[in-house]
Design a protein around this ligand. Structure first.
Ligand code: NAP
Length: 249
């Protein structure tokens, strides 16, 4: 393989993907496996995790059932996975409510999955020295952290929190040559988008404002591979927006 392409390979690396049982996380797991990584997938749905494991085919890939909103389960997960090179925090929860109707449960369920879980899982792994030198941590944020959209205040806040946290984490782990970055996608064709469509009665008007159309999970997976691979070794603490031009329009 030409040296320039080797920089984009994940050969010899072990990558943990949360939210690997569905949508974007599932595709990141499959693409990382195709790029040569040993992939560890986690989620709550055992059956869908088993399907992803089967789709990844040969290799030492493994799956772990864990609810990231339960402290004991995420701590156990950090022990079970062993030493890793890459970590993709893709598990996420989105719920709609205008601010005048938000409840503590609405806030906590999204903050737990989108902020507290990823932060504590990272903490446990760092504390155990389980992320190798030259490792890469990728958080899946959202363009919701950057724009104003009615009904998603808590979700937006959770993603903005993860982006600002990433900048601080990047400073803390740089001494070990570990990097931390975010990907902020716009609409991506997944079960989460279909659920949003069902709740709001349609998102066609918004989709029409995507100059390049909405994304496929592969579009996010390609960017995740870049951030996990040596090709991005000088990039840390940043957020890459993936939205087909939606937010510049
Ligand atoms: N789709 C979009 O348009 C879009 C746009 C911007 C950002 N994002 C972000 O991209 C990420 C993936 O979203 P998606 O569209 O792929 O959604 P999805 O298909 O609904 O998948 C969500 C994943 O998160 C996991 N998950 C949720 N709560 C969890 C918990 N408490 N513990 C462990 N795992 C949990 C689910 O696992 P189980 O199913 O096994 O429970 C599932 O694998 C999320 O962070 C989302 O905010 C999505």
């Amino acid at each position: 393989m030409p040296a320039v392409l080797e920089n984009f390979s994940l050969s010899g690396k072990t990558v943990l993907v949360t939210g690997g049982s569905s949508g974007i996380g599932r595709q990141i797991a499959l693409s990382c496996a195709e790029a040569g990584a040993t992939v560890l997938v986690t989620g709550r749905n055992e059956q869908r995790l088993a399907e992803v494991l089967r789709e990844m085919g040969q290799g030492h890939h493994r799956s772990f059932v864990a609810d990231l909103s339960v402290d004991a389960q995420l701590e156990q997960l950090s022990k079970d996975v062993g030493v890793i090179d890459g970590l993709v925090h893709c598990a996420g929860h989105a719920a709609l409510a205008p601010v005048r109707m938000v409840s503590r449960a609405h806030i906590e369920s999204q903050m737990d999955t989108n902020v507290v879980g990823p932060l504590l899982l990272t903490r446990h792994l760092l504390q155990r020295n389980a992320i190798q030198k030259n490792g890469s941590i990728v958080f899946i944020s959202s363009i919701a952290a950057h724009i104003g959209v009615q009904g998603v205040a808590v979700y937006s806040a959770s993603k903005a929190a993860i982006e600002s946290m990433t900048r601080c984490l990047a400073m803390e782990v740089a001494k070990k040559a570990i990097r931390a970055n975010c990907l902020a996608p716009g609409f991506v064709e997944t079960p989460m988008l279909r659920a949003l469509e069902a709740t709001t009665g349609g998102v066609a008007d918004t989709i029409a404002r995507y100059p390049l159309g909405i994304g496929e999970p592969e579009d996010v997976a390609n960017a995740a591979i870049f951030l996990l691979a040596p090709a991005s070794r000088w990039i840390t603490g940043t957020t890459l927006i993936l939205d087909g031009g939606h937010t510049i329009g």
